[in-house]
Design a protein. Structure first.
Length: 390
């Protein structure tokens, strides 16, 4: 049986439905939804059972932003939408989304850039951290696999695949991370724009391969075989993007964009005798990041030795240093606390500032320890927010 011929027939059917939608729906939004549904229906009938097709918003544990996407592909073994009512817009945790597809009617340069920016915004929601994965009795730890983003269009817009390829090349020059680009771009009944290895000429599909390997942008006019080629690459991306089980504990404490930084655990400060809740100011957080930029991180044990008084019973708790995971903000060289300093602090009369009782916050995904004396004068009240609010 000629599989390519079967897909060519499916492509003709999709194009016919696409053209009919122009007459059936006068409202642009309704036309767009119908055209997205054409592709979703095609995919639902052909992707492996463990994957599902949805749409809605994607949220990240380490980002205050969300990303609305036309087609969301997720692994049902590790991810499910966070909204139970299927009639409402669905919400998906970014770490469980295998990839997204931005659907375009006619792919102009403007529509291409719009799709590329949406894909980049989506990929930024996923943290660049190490994960642990178990497969049966095997255990593996290493960098997180990152999701993919594709653009699917029904037609060209008075342009060509070659011109779109050049538009993509120009756009990628502006990216600070090559992995943020689209993994594949398809124009039905025309062809694909992909990336190929500079030495082997093999396709480079996975996001982390785009980050690590030398590539060039390629456009191939597959014509009637375009849908099959797109489907084959999509299946490759789906089954080879290995995701970790979503840890919703990471979503328990929300993050906030404050100035030019994304912060967490910075807004639960209180003052003695007051019921108001305070947060650190944007200027102070910026100063913390700038001061720590040229400092080395400390391990948990190194930090504990600095913030814990020198006492035999306490110092015995700390073993080896371990990985360097946290910055200590200490521009005034505050000393480590003594037992007398702790007694004074407990009684409410801290006479000598020290590294006692730091607060721990997250800034742009990094951990910082900030001794309490530095927070004085660097907070602002959160109006209308109580301690019980998230």
């Amino acid at each position: 049986m000629n599989v390519r011929k079967l897909f060519a027939e499916s492509a003709k059917s999709m194009l016919a439905e696409f053209r009919e939608s122009a007459e059936a729906y006068s409202h642009a939004g309704e036309r767009g939804e119908f055209r997205e549904e054409i592709l979703k229906k095609f995919l639902r009938e052909r992707i492996p059972a463990r994957f599902a097709v949805g749409n809605g918003q994607i949220v990240g544990a380490s980002s205050p932003d969300s990303r609305q996407s036309d087609v969301i592909l997720y692994d049902t073994n590790i991810c499910a939408p966070l909204v139970g009512d299927p009639k409402r817009p669905q919400i998906y945790p970014a770490e469980g989304v295998s990839g997204i597809i931005e659907v375009k009617s006619a792919l102009s340069k403007a529509e291409l850039i719009d799709g590329l920016e949406k894909i980049a915004d989506f990929k930024r929601l996923v943290p660049k951290d190490n994960i642990s994965v178990r497969h049966g009795g095997m255990h593996w730890s290493g960098p997180r696999e990152h999701p993919f983003g594709a653009i699917f269009a029904y037609t060209l817009a008075d342009n060509s695949l070659e011109s779109l390829k050049q538009n993509l090349i120009d756009h990628e020059k502006s990216l600070d991370d090559r992995g943020l680009t689209a993994n594949v771009i398809a124009v039905l009944d025309q062809g694909l724009i992909t990336h190929k290895h500079r030495q082997t000429f093999n396709d480079i599909l996975l996001t982390d391969q785009l980050r690590e390997q030398p590539y060039y942008v390629s456009e191939v006019q597959y014509k009637g075989a375009t849908l099959f080629e797109f489907y084959a690459m999509l299946m490759n991306l789906l089954v080879n993007t290995q995701l970790e089980v979503v840890d919703l504990n990471k979503y328990r404490i929300p993050v906030e964009r404050l100035g030019k930084h994304i912060v967490r655990n910075h807004d639960r400060l209180v003052r003695a005798g007051e019921t108001a809740r305070y947060r650190l100011t944007a200027n102070f957080i910026d100063g913390v990041v700038n001061w720590c930029a040229n400092k080395e991180k400390l391990s948990s044990n190194e930090l504990n030795r600095l913030i814990t008084p020198d006492h035999p019973d306490l110092s015995q708790r700390f073993g080896g240093d371990g990985p360097k995971v946290i910055y200590l903000y200490n521009p005034n060289d505050l000393p480590s606390p003594t037992m007398e300093m702790i007694s004074s602090a407990v009684s409410g009369r801290m006479e000598t500032p020290s590294l006692i009782n730091p607060i721990f916050i997250e800034i742009d995904g990094e951990q910082y320890a900030i001794p309490a004396p530095y927070t004085e004068g660097n907070t602002e009240v959160l109006l209308g927010v109580s301690w019980d609010d998230p």
